[in-house]
Design a protein around this ligand. Sequence first.
Ligand SMILES: [Fe+2]
Length: 576
Amino acid sequence: MIVIGIHNTGIQSAAAVAVDGEISFAVMEERLDRRKYSKYFPRLGLESCLAHVGAKLSDVDCFAIGWNPGINIGARYRAGFSEWPAYAGERLYSNPNHILPMLDDPPLRATDQIFHWESGGRTTFTYTNHHLAHIALSYYPSGFDHAAILISDGYGERATTVWAEARGGEIRILRSYDFPQSLGSFYSSVTEHLGYRPDCDEWKVMGASALGDPGNYMSAMQRLLRMTDDGGFRLDLDYFDHFNFDTAGMFSRRVDEILGMPRRRDEPLTQRHYDIAAAAQRRLEDVLSASVKWLKDQTEAPDLCLGGGVMMNSVFNGRVTLEGPFCNVFVPFAPDDSGNALGAALWASGRHGGSSVNLRRPLSPCLGKSYGNAEIIDILKRYGLNFREVADPAVEAADLLMAGKVVGWFQGRMEFGQRALGSRSIIADPRRADMKDRINAAVKYREAFRPFAPAVLAENVAEYFDCPATARAPFMEKVFPVRAEKRAAIPAVVHADGSGRLQTVSRDDHPEFHALISEFYRRSGVPVVLNTSFNLNGEPIVEHPTDAVRTFFSSGMDALVIGNAVLTKRQTAGGA
Ligand SMILES: [Fe+2]
């Protein structure tokens, strides 16, 4: 059974393909159309999915969409939309819009749309509830049997927050909040107030929060976002305008009374801005922690799954992992909406294929294309580039790191999601305090306060981070404190508050990247490398070898290790 999953509501369009309940390929459209945060229909991604499994469009059993318009069609009859369609295709929803509201508005899970062809064939679309798609990617690959699930984002069709429980593959929704009561909107409003782009730059606020004192604006945050006794929350809507889509600004101007004037984009960040970021971050964490505790009381589940765009907040993810009350916490590699291409495909596979038990297996993020060595060499020759072919790229890269080089690392299948996890990465020696500035100057051009990530051998995690030896963060999805005695050893990857947004790398999950860090460990005694995404500021992460070559020569990177080929700038410039 072939299911194509599609996300194309909002930014980061993506496509995925599941064969008999297993995701075998997935890609974000931005990597292919080279438009950062691409929101176009993922046509290139769809074609790549089909090519990977050797299928034609007509072979696809179901197209699974991570958004269910049926929820709002069924809510109420809308004469203006339904009586006189401007486009003939609108009959596909105007008829249900007349009939569904006569039902008692039962909760929907999904909507099917089936086109029957004269040939006898048919094309099926399954529109999965947005949050159900988030749940599917958060729960099925977690490896947990009985789990509590918390999903939080800006908004889905209506819901913004869903508390759920799963056992033996069955998912049960316990409670949900609808828009405009949204934690994602709360954090995005603060993001905009601090002069950044909402729904885009939230991670900058999270990074800035480490430099602030949360106490100075905590009472303001408590007014904006109130906690309720049952582990829920309420936004004071007097301060917000995010639900008035025709007004500029997510906060109402009343917020200036308690947060001060918003920062202009070109205005320097001051301690006041860091303090606001710190207070918003702490408030979000406190509200989410109370929600998670409520889930524990309701479900008594041993483990927790998190999903939705708010769970890109790796500081909270690290905190709840270390502080409990759950034994294990799983956050998928794409908890944001791009992951809904995968989540919708998994959920629809279970429903149409009846194979829900098959869905529950681990899922590597390395789901994109790989390029063979011969293909890479061919491209490099075609461009007339000077390069060396080497037997072991890990050995070469480790030597380059030891020589203080900033290295582009392009190996194996591309990772899915917003973070580079060792397939399309820029790597450097974390022991060098100047490396953060060098990479910023050479490639990233980003705010000095934003930290770079440490990738650590999984077996050494507790030597460098304040966590149990069994703790894992394979997707750079959690922030842990760096052990006080180790901070001076890896200054380039320690944030202002002594934390690190780590990636634990295990041999089974990522053999090439594990080999590289192991070689660096052998030479330096430090089982950690600096890992940041292989892209220029404002561009998508590289996908094709030509993207890698172009980025290498448009930046201050010193070397590129791509497949078994090594390129260095000095070598190329000298014509060696
Ligand atoms: Fe979402």
